[in-house]
Design a protein around this ligand. Structure first.
Ligand code: BDR
Ligand code: CA
Length: 314
């Protein structure tokens, strides 16, 4: 089974991504680091421990990562999207354990050495911990098989500013470090995550699932669905973080994902956090730019929602 390290700001869609990875027979979740974003890094770790406990997986190490970003402070999160506790104000049974003694960057570094070139990274929050790990261990890219990162907007508008997506907009310097590291990287932007959704019937299926973890996900969707009503005109939600997980596992593939130059705007102006993707010359089909190491996912081979629900409820 392929080892995966998950870095997250748990979060409702982070929770779904976590459950999906736990349910995927091809991969082994070997460690999780948390970062501030939807909630504080410490709260995200608590949520993650509690979710793992509900899944009977108290064995997976969870390390608290960055409270603040490389060039800015955590601003308190987004309770109007993910609830005050980050998991849709669902009360999860408390896990009987504490986070790992290491911080997230050290956990990642240790796991990379332990798994010698086989470890894949999935990031579904700001990438501060990855940037810290790269600074501490410049040889990290040589120890990692692949990186899949949910973030950015290629041609779509942003979601925390006109042009910036939240994970990258919260820590543009860290995103730039991740994208410049020279490893095999796949960027999963809003362009595709907003086009894949869960609906009321999916929520009902989750609420009816055989496992307590998945039923808890169904309960979390109540508040998440409300948030998306103005965007979609109906109760449903986008599938941001689960899509990065599914692409990393390989069960959903991209139909169009050219390797292109991507520059993260780290200026202090209105473009801060924008992922400037050089998509020139792509009109007739995907064309990889020579030397580009990051693929940007623009289209999937099949809709994610039905696969996700099937995987979580069987
Ligand atoms: C991303 O921001 C967070 O709120 C979500 O969990 C997702 O990772 C979407 O922009
Ligand atoms: Ca997230």
């Amino acid at each position: 089974r392929r080892p995966i390290y998950l870095d997250c700001d748990t979060g409702i869609d982070d929770s779904i991504a976590l459950a999906y990875l736990l349910a995927s027979p091809e991969v082994e979740l070997v460690g999780i680091g948390t970062v501030s974003g939807n909630v504080s890094a410490a709260r995200a770790a608590r949520n993650t421990l509690d979710l793992l406990h509900l899944a009977g997986r108290d064995d997976v190490p969870v390390a608290i990562g960055a409270q603040d970003f490389l060039a800015g402070s955590f601003d308190g999160g987004v309770p109007w999207i993910h609830g005050h506790n980050g998991v849709g104000d669902v009360m999860l049974p408390a896990a009987p354990r504490e986070p790992d003694r290491r911080d997230a960057a050290d956990l990642l570094r240790d796991l990379a050495h332990e798994h010698g070139g086989a470890l894949s990274i999935v990031t579904v929050g700001p990438t501060t911990n990855i940037a810290t790990a790269l600074a501490r261990e410049p040889g990290l890219p040589g120890l990692i098989r692949s990186v899949t990162t949910m973030g950015g907007a290629a041609l779509a508008p942003g979601n925390i500013s006109a042009v910036a997506e939240a994970n990258i907009g919260n820590d543009p310097e860290a995103a730039a470090a991740l994208l410049d590291a020279g490893w095999d990287c796949t960027l999963v932007p809003l362009d595709v995550t907003l086009e894949n959704r869960l609906f009321e019937r999916d929520c009902a299926a989750l609420l009816d699932a055989p496992t307590a973890l998945v039923r808890a996900l169904g309960a979390m969707l109540d508040i998440y669905f409300d948030y998306y009503v103005p965007l979609y005109g109906e109760r449903s939600c986008a599938l941001h973080d689960p899509m990065a997980a599914a692409i990393a596992v390989g069960e959903v593939r991209s139909r169009r994902a050219p390797a292109v130059e991507i520059v993260v705007d780290t200026t202090r102006g209105p473009g801060r956090g924008q992922t400037i993707c050089d998509l020139r010359g792509q009109r007739l089909g995907p064309v990889d730019q020579p030397g580009a190491r990051t693929r940007v996912v623009l289209e999937l081979d099949r809709p994610l929602g039905p696969h996700l629900v099937e995987r979580l409820t069987r």
